[in-house]
Design a protein around this ligand. Structure first.
Ligand SMILES: *[C@@H]1O[C@H](CO)[C@@H](O)[C@H](O)[C@H]1NC(C)=O
Length: 121
């Protein structure tokens, strides 16, 4: 059993509430409301072979820097938190960490599996 870390900055607020599951719906178009509650994990290719994974949509009351730190340690990769005007705080990780990110978020009970949307490839 993995020890559960505390990633909340302050009081518990429920986030990542499973909304209607539509795996093929993309972020932010018409259904702004439901996509806001999703965590979007994307992979992007850089220079033809290197990948980076971005994690956007984590709730405001989560300590994103701390989650990033835990990702880096847990996946042994580089990572940083970037502030995006639209998406808020976005975690960037080196390599394709999509499945790692999803299982970590679910395992640590940060998100429900249905709330994590994997994109790319
Ligand atoms: C990585 O995270 C998983 C899921 O929470 C946990 O089971 C595992 O022990 C962690 N591994 C390391 C090296 O921290």
């Amino acid at each position: 059993m993995a020890t559960r870390l505390v990633f909340l900055t302050e009081s518990l607020t429920l986030f990542c509430i499973p909304v209607s599951i539509d795996a093929f719906e993309d972020a932010g178009d018409k259904n702004g409301a439901s996509s806001e509650e999703k965590v979007h994990v994307r992979v992007q290719q850089r220079n033809g072979r290197k990948c980076i994974t971005t994690v956007a949509g984590l709730a405001d009351d989560l300590d994103v820097k701390r989650i990033c730190k835990a990702f880096k340690k847990n996946f042994s990769c580089n990572g940083a938190v970037q502030r995006d005007e639209e998406a808020g705080e976005v975690i960037q990780l080196s390599g394709d960490q999509r499945t790692n990110v999803k299982s970590f978020l679910v395992d640590q009970e940060i998100c429900h599996g249905e709330s994590v949307v994997l994109h790319g490839f």
